[in-house]
Design a protein around this ligand. Structure first.
Ligand SMILES: *[C@@H]1O[C@H](CO)[C@@H](O)[C@H](O)[C@H]1NC(C)=O
Ligand SMILES: *[C@@H]1O[C@H](CO)[C@@H](O)[C@H](O)[C@H]1NC(C)=O
Ligand SMILES: *[C@@H]1O[C@H](CO)[C@@H](O)[C@H](O)[C@H]1NC(C)=O
Length: 217
């Protein structure tokens, strides 16, 4: 009994979806006579449309989530443990995140040419906590005091190694700042402060960074 009714049910579902595929002329006429728009067929089409709709909704949600995910950083990051044996700062007031004001300071040392050269130059800085981060001429970002403590200058300070800035250095500094904004560590309309008098290299770099920032602010 149950099997019979199930068969009939399956047959009706099949009729709804496959009438235009492989049924003969006679069968079609018969089915059309019986009334294609029976409640059963309505249910079938509603079910199908719902399924398509739900698939589309989940697909677009998925794409939105993928797009919204923070991209991988496009700069090389050297954590403090990768270059300094000094322990991380302790007993100091924590940085308030997100940071709004950033001091951009040159180290006034000569610029470096490659990774080992730059690592050496960073290690020659007085202390790991002198700056929050140091961006070297080869475009690497070295963690100093990092995001947890103020720098030795008392404020959030990013240093660019050397007096003249290389293009890659400015580009990677920009990528680092954008990444920090996306992560919520730096305010999206952050301010860049410089010591006066400043150099043309530094003010050109700041103009470039502010151009990117101004697309949001
Ligand atoms: C730092 O904190 C430790 C305990 O966490 C304490 O013993 C020490 O005296 C503190 N140092 C300073 C300079 O406040
Ligand atoms: C770098 O040099 C400039 C100009 O000569 C000076 O104002 C600044 O204090 C120096 N910065 C550091 C960190 O020594
Ligand atoms: C890196 O640069 C320094 C100085 O410019 C040079 O002496 C050294 O050989 C370079 N190292 C590599 C791996 O290219």
């Amino acid at each position: 009994m149950m099997d019979d009714s199930n068969d009939a049910g399956a047959r009706r579902w099949y009729d709804c979806c496959c009438i235009f595929d492989d049924s003969t002329e006679d069968e079609r006429t018969h089915l059309i006579d019986r009334g294609l728009d029976s409640i059963h067929c309505h249910r079938f089409w509603i079910f199908l449309l719902m399924a398509i709709f739900l698939t589309a909704v989940s697909l677009s949600t998925y794409l939105l989530v993928i797009q919204g995910e923070t991209p991988e950083p496009s700069f090389s990051y050297v954590p403090r443990t990768g270059w300094s044996s000094q322990p991380s700062c302790v007993n100091v007031s924590q940085l308030q995140l997100p940071v709004r004001e950033m001091f951009l300071l040159p180290t006034n040392t000569s610029h470096c040419r490659n990774e080992s050269d730059c690592l050496k130059a960073v290690r020659e800085l007085e202390t790991a906590d002198l700056y929050n981060f140091v961006v070297t001429s080869d475009g690497r970002v070295y963690e100093g005091a990092g995001w947890s403590c103020p720098s030795a200058f008392g404020a959030f300070t990013v240093s660019v190694l050397g007096t003249l800035l290389t293009d890659v250095q400015v580009d990677k500094l920009g990528a680092f700042l954008e990444f920090s904004v996306e992560r919520g560590w730096l305010e999206s309309c952050y301010e860049i402060l410089m010591e006066q008098p400043t150099t043309r290299y530094l003010s050109d770099a700041v103009l470039k960074l502010e151009e990117t920032r101004n697309t949001r602010c």
